[in-house]
Design a protein around this ligand. Structure first.
Ligand code: EPZ
Length: 419
């Protein structure tokens, strides 16, 4: 087992390079199944969820060569219903296998997916999409099984904005007869990235990034070479770490537009945020003001930055509030942050933080409960004085590429040690 040991209170200074987006890499790597050909995917982050996805695809028959952040994958011999359930159950991204298998083979059988525990994470909207295209879906018991004589394009109106359901409907409809129209679709950058990848392979997906996406069925896809977009949540996490430690950091290899809501909230807190073409400079040498934030689907403030915001508000002065409007319960991390002396109260969907400018907070032993909760604990450990230890760090390494090396290069005193 490994843990992170941080000696906090040091301002972060310098430059950090952002890696490829986890939540774009997963659907794109699974999306190569639709091509049945050889694809080269570049800027793939070196994270546990990618390792897991590639291991699953290899066991399904894909031939994979991985060199640093480039993955060559040939999915000609991939077979449906062959994903190993013991791996599939470890992450939510496995649900995309259903859409890809159904889209290419008119048949899918995938074990229940896993991922961070935020309360119920149903897939009713995914199923709604598959059934609208003409598939019969059996989601009782351990497996989701979907089959169809043929898939025919239809209008699909999602009852709520769902990234996964939008992605799965795109994957399943690429070869469907006619035109599929997704209404109330998710607008996240990683949905756009998947659409751009599929179009590079010969698909016809129009409107990704808006709430209405049209997919005109095509006969076949070919392989392509495609580079994944930078990870906006990794970037936001480093922006918040710079702010919490009153540092000055240049975050390279980002698409500033994707970070608009994150940059706006930092500016509201009194942080200087300068946008360059493909970089952002965060200068937080002054005091931080407390603010309120509500999570929303993109382009709103991302739920995947909610725990990091709660940690940051502990170093502001005044009462701040984070309201989680996307998930039922994403507050399991709060108990851990409280061990530093932080004054955080959760009531219903809102965490209220009595920010003290970090006064009186001290390092503490914490257990990472999920990916972004763990990231919040890292921010806390970097900003409080004293020693913080964080266990269960595999949850953090699911989505953060090289976090110890990147933070060390920014002047943090952070080590990963076995125990
Ligand atoms: C994706 O999860 C991301 N995961 C999550 O990131 C992210 O938090 C989420 O999108 C929202 O942006 C990946 O991309 C692998 P949703 P997903 O479907 O697709 C409810 C991270 O930290 N819902 O948009 O599962 C659902 O319960 C992870 O990188 C239904 O009710 O999220 C939730 O309350 C954590 N029925 C809300 O919608 C459905 O059929 C949004 O979920 C589907 C979803």
């Amino acid at each position: 087992m490994d843990k992170l040991v941080i000696s906090g209170g040091l301002p972060l200074r310098g430059t950090v390079e952002i890696s490829g987006a986890k939540n774009a890499a997963l659907p794109i790597l699974v999306g190569t199944v639709l091509t049945g050909a050889k694809c080269t995917i570049e800027n793939v982050p070196d994270i546990l969820d990618v390792d897991l996805t590639l291991e699953i695809l290899e066991k399904m028959g894909a031939r994979i060569v991985r060199r640093h952040n480039t993955v060559e994958i040939d999915t000609a011999d991939v077979r449906p219903g062959t994903s190993p359930s013991d791996l599939v159950c470890k992450m939510r991204g496995s649900t995309y296998l259903i859409g890809a298998e159904l889209g290419r083979f008119l048949y899918a059988k995938v074990g229940s997916s896993g991922g961070c525990d935020f309360g119920a994470r149903p897939i009713d909207q995914h199923i709604k999409g598959f059934e609208a295209l003409g598939a019969s879906v059996d989601a009782r018991g351990y497996f989701v099984e979907a089959k169809a004589e043929k898939l025919v394009g239809r209008e699909i109106y999602f009852d709520l904005v769902s990234v996964g359901a939008t992605i799965n409907a795109i994957l399943a409809s690429v070869f469907a007869e006619g035109v599929t129209v997704l209404e109330n679709a998710a607008r996240e950058p990683h949905v756009v990235d998947l659409a751009n990848f599929l179009n590079a392979c010969g698909a016809n997906v129009v409107g990704a990034g808006t709430d209405t996406i049209k997919i005109k069925g095509v006969k076949q896809l070919h392989g392509a070479t495609y580079a994944i977009i930078p990870d906006m949540i990794e970037a936001g996490t480093y922006m918040f770490a710079a702010a919490a430690t009153h540092g000055r950091v240049k975050i390279n290899n980002v698409i500033p537009k994707h970070l608009d809501s994150i940059s706006a909230k930092l500016s509201e807190m009194g942080v200087a945020v300068e946008e360059l073409d493909d970089a952002i400079i965060v200068d937080a040498t002054g005091p931080l003001a407390a603010i309120n934030v509500k999570t929303r689907p993109y382009p709103g403030f991302p739920t995947d930055m909610h725990p990091q915001m709660t940690a940051l508000l502990c170093f502001a002065t005044g009462t701040g509030r984070v309201t989680e409007d996307v998930y039922d319960n994403r507050f399991r991390y709060v108990e851990e942050l409280r061990k530093t002396g932080a004054n955080i109260a959760v009531s219903g969907k809102t965490a209220t933080v009595e920010g003290c400018g970090g006064e009186g907070l001290v390092g503490a032993p914490m257990k990472s409960v999920d990916l972004r909760g763990g990231a919040a604990m890292v921010i806390m450990g970097l900003a409080v004085s004293g020693r913080t230890e964080i266990t269960e760090i595999h949850t953090i390494e699911r989505g953060y590429n090289d976090i110890v090396r990147k933070l060390t290069a920014l002047g943090a005193d952070i080590r990963k040690i076995a125990y």
